[in-house]
Unconditional design. Structure first.
Lengths: 98, 98
């Protein structure tokens, strides 16, 4: 999360398929709950059913999902639900798609 | 930060003027540095020179600042640099200003 400066990361299963995301907000809530996180596994913490979009969907749809859920980035997955990218509102606006 | 669900908060001086912001990302970096934060004051942690905009500026300018700095929200201040609101990319897009 820190190295890529995204404020979030994906959690995948053994086959590389997305099972959840973990965000800075999750870390904050964990901190408030008094959990140092030392022995907790990523899969236990990740937000299940994270917002995602398939790579062949339109960018306009990605923006629609972001607005619906009031989030600013989305995981892009391939046909087997493996993360291939992260798309941010900034990326969409910069491309002048909307 | 948790109650308002913004992932950030402002830090003000005794006169209510903005001196910095503190974000989920700052909390994460603090955590990585091994600082539990128990005895640290907000003013020591806050990002100085936070990105802000005056209330009478155009929303389009707010979006421009967000794109320039690759951030998704901005503190709105009055003429005396007191925070009056937070503006998010979502707010601007919803208003169909851009």
């Amino acid at each position: 999360m820190t190295r890529k400066n995204f404020g979030m990361t994906t959690v995948v299963d053994g086959a590389g398929r997305l099972v959840g995301v973990f965000t800075d907000g999750d870390l904050r809530r964990l901190h408030l709950a008094g959990e140092p996180g030392g022995e907790v596994r990523a899969s236990q913490l990740a937000t299940r059913a994270p917002k995602l979009i398939e790579a062949n969907e339109l960018a306009a749809k990605a923006l629609d999902v972001m607005e619906t859920f009031q989030i600013t980035s989305l995981v892009v997955v391939d046909g087997e639900r493996r993360p291939v990218a992260l798309i941010r509102m900034h990326d969409i606006l910069r491309a002048k798609i909307v």
